[in-house]
Design a protein around this ligand. Structure first.
Ligand code: PMP
Length: 432
């Protein structure tokens, strides 16, 4: 019998011990780091790994890997179908993760949590299912200039197919949404406003609640891309009053291959299935089929079961850390990043001041290509990302082809940012 051992009880997790230092909260860093074995690997002949690429994907704590391994060792079976001990156990574990996910984001009912592969699939699901059923030629959608390609391309595809019109809420020079422009665009009576909760390039945290409120007043529905939000600060979809909310497990200490779409119940009930196959049906005859209840209606075929269980373990882990603590830690690091990076000659950070952003800091270094920067930093053991970060239109908005991005998570420290500063001085020396 599998016990709950691998889903740590938040109250018993030693990592919850919080160390108070000079009016700020920081984690018991040593114990925390010991939870992430990969952070002790050495790269490039014995260099300490400085991982500053968590916006691309986060590292995984041992509890998550153990939960998935335990599932395969003790409970592996397909879910929802088999009437045998393992099948029932696997189903129970998987569904427990769904409930944990609902609780984690404040959804009132687990049936509103659809498991997908990732944020991208969650957004595509809405564009295909809701978009193709409810949007007519000439209707409008509002996006923003700071969207990731996964919240652009599905809508472009829909626009091409259906003749739907897309408008973009402008981004100011400071890297924030122009809310006056947003209010003007709302007068065109869009059917949907789809925007990111936090930019994966600028770090900007958008005023989601206010934006959703304004959208609703104008009669529009809302979809929030929470890929960079749910991993980093407390999110409550009920408080936000979001209609759809999407995120990925792999950016929040969980495994690859599982993502989440939260949807308002009424909408999910009205929407047709996204894909057809096993599990999403109630009945199939030679004449046709009837659909299963939500959320199963949207989950055709065998899902990523171990990954779902891994997501549950990641949620337990983050809950035990406290999401407000995660945010406070990253905010402090973001402020420190500004402190160490701004004195570097020729360096320009894109996006708002540290008190209005999360732990993502993208920058340019005059005369040096971001790919060269990333390559030289890599030789020092520092992992950053260079390029357009799947936000080409946003880079175009700032007249850039590319930028270098350092992105932070709960396991990063000020020492990581000191290493980044030193690494950047080396980059400058190399190009002198
Ligand atoms: N939206 C944002 C804001 C992101 O940062 C990302 C990942 N970089 C995505 C969507 C897509 O996430 P995934 O690749 O997990 O679907």
């Amino acid at each position: 019998m599998v016990s709950d051992e691998f889903s740590p009880n938040p109250t018993e997790n030693p990592l919850t011990q919080i160390v108070f230092t000079s009016n700020m909260i920081s984690f018991n860093q040593e114990e925390l780091l010991s939870q992430f074995p990969i952070l002790s690997v050495k790269v490039h002949s014995n260099k300490r790994l400085v991982y500053l690429d968590s916006a691309a994907t986060s590292q995984k704590p041992e509890v998550v890997m153990r939960a998935m391994n335990d599932f395969y060792e003790h409970a592996n079976a397909n879910i929802h179908r088999g009437i045998h001990a393992l099948a029932e156990l696997a189903t129970e574990m998987y569904e427990k993760s769904r409930q944990k996910t609902a609780d984690f984001i404040g959804a009132s009912d687990a049936s509103q949590i659809i498991f997908t592969r990732n944020t991208t699939e969650s957004i595509n699901l809405v564009a295909y299912s809701w978009g193709r059923k409810f949007l007519e030629t000439g209707e409008r959608i509002l996006l923003t200039q700071m969207e990731h390609h996964s919240n652009l391309v599905p809508w472009y595809m829909l626009a091409e197919e259906r003749g739907v019109k897309i408008d973009f809420i402008r981004v100011t020079d400071e890297g924030e949404l122009d809310l006056e422009h947003y209010q003007q665009l709302l007068q065109t009576q869009p059917a949907l406003v789809a925007f990111t909760h936090m930019s994966n390039v600028l770090g900007t945290i958008n005023p989601a609640k206010e934006m959703i409120d304004l959208a609703h007043q104008a009669g529009a529905l809302t979809l929030v891309d929470g890929a960079q939000a749910v991993p980093h600060f407390p999110v409550d979809v009920t408080d936000l009053n979001a209609d759809f909310y999407a995120f990925s497990a792999h950016k929040m200490c969980g495994p690859n291959g599982i993502g989440v779409l939260y949807g308002r119940k009424k909408l999910l009930l009205e929407m047709p299935p996204f894909m057809g196959g096993g599990d999403m049906i109630k009945k199939v005859t030679f004449e046709g089929f009837s659909t299963n209840s939500i959320p199963y209606k949207f989950e055709a075929g065998t899902p990523a079961i171990a990954e779902g269980i891994g997501l549950g373990a990641a949620i337990d882990f983050l809950t035990s850390m406290g999401m407000q603590n995660v945010f406070d830690h990253e905010s402090e690091l973001a402020a420190y990043a500004f402190e160490v990076l701004t004195p570097i000659p020729g360096l320009a950070i894109i996006g708002p001041a540290p008190d209005r952003r999360g732990g993502v800091v993208s920058f340019t270094l005059q005369g040096i290509h971001p790919h060269d920067i990333a390559q030289i930093l890599d030789r020092e053991g520092i992992a950053v990302r260079a390029g357009h970060h799947c936000a080409m239109p946003l880079h175009q908005r700032f007249n850039l082809h590319a930028s270098t991005r350092a992105s932070l998570y709960l396991y990063n420290t000020k020492a990581d940012l000191d290493a980044l500063q030193q690494g950047l001085f080396k980059v400058i020396d190399t190009f002198k």
